[in-house]
Ligand binder design. Structure first.
Ligand SMILES: C[S@@+](CC[C@H](N)C(=O)[O-])C[C@H]1O[C@@H](n2cnc3c(N)ncnc32)[C@H](O)[C@@H]1O
Length: 257
């Protein structure tokens, strides 16, 4: 399947309903207490191996990156790390950046969903850039983060890494597809697991970066079409995974190479 066809067909969709609208419960402590009581959903803090922004910043500053891309800009904290690069592209349908903050080179702020960005990019003849580093931090719903990874890999230069934020929820409530809590990882945790299952050629590392984990994906191949061709199967497999099982085995997932 061609990249543009893939994003035209599946872009901005999820297989099952969800809501990211931020209908926070009035008292999160009550929610946590109820879930702990009902399901043993206890808080499981990470064994912090640095903060996600520091880890991302070190990679951006490594000297190996000239083109950086991110989905999910919000206030621009991570996009600003690309200041010294040749090109730093950020995509967000509703960024909360200061006016003019990313108007000048090397920045390119695209106010649209990442799916729309990929569809437009792949509908043109050939992109005029290739990615050395990408950071996936847009919509925290499994299918969206998966498609963000797919789009980044299709745009990757040799040696590119993709970092995915929020892959290690600290409790099940934080990992709900329907957003109930202020701190929200959603079910992005499914993405590294499906990559390990369907793409054993990739190197998928999970880091206990504060606050909610980071996946580092290397060994990308911009010509690989497995995730596009088998997308429905990949999504069905990912949605079949249980968050309770994932939380119980989180340490083993982190330890796995
Ligand atoms: C957690 S914030 C990003 C934070 C930022 N990367 C940082 O670390 O400072 C998530 C952002 O994703 C954006 N977002 C929501 N849906 C999106 C989509 N479909 N494509 C790209 N970004 C999206 C939201 O508007 C929000 O600003």
């Amino acid at each position: 399947m061609q990249a543009a066809e893939f994003f035209r067909k599946y872009g901005n969709t999820a297989a099952t309903p969800w809501s990211a609208s931020g209908n926070y419960v009035r008292n999160e402590a009550d929610l946590y207490a109820a879930l702990e009581d009902l399901y043993g959903d206890t808080p499981r803090p990470l064994n912090r191996t640095g903060r996600y922004m520091d880890i991302l910043g070190e990679r951006i500053d490594s000297g190996r990156v000239s083109t950086y891309f991110e989905t999910g800009v919000n206030k621009g904290g991570t996009l600003a790390l690309g200041q010294g690069l040749k090109l730093a592209i950020g995509v967000d349908p509703s960024p909360k950046t200061a006016p003019g903050a990313f108007d000048a080179a090397p920045f390119r702020l695209e106010v649209k969903t990442s799916d729309d960005f990929f569809l437009e990019t792949f509908s043109q003849d050939a992109p005029d850039f290739a990615l050395d580093l990408a950071f996936v931090d847009g919509l925290h719903v499994f299918e969206y983060a998966l498609r963000d990874f797919i789009g980044c890999e299709l745009l990757s230069a040799p040696g590119c890494e993709v970092l995915i934020h929020d892959v290690l929820p600290r409790r099940m409530a934080e990992a709900a597809r329907h957003r109930l809590t202020r701190a929200w990882t959603g079910d992005v945790w499914r993405v590294p697991l499906v990559l390990r299952h369907f793409r054993p050629d990739l190197k998928v590392q999970l880091m206990e970066a504060a606050p909610t984990g980071l996946a580092i994906i290397a060994g990308l191949d911009s010509a690989n079409r497995v995730l596009l061709e088998r997308y429905n199967e990949v999504v069905a497999y990912g949605l079949s995974l249980s968050v309770a099982d994932f939380m119980a085995a989180r340490d083993q997932h982190v330890a796995a190479a």
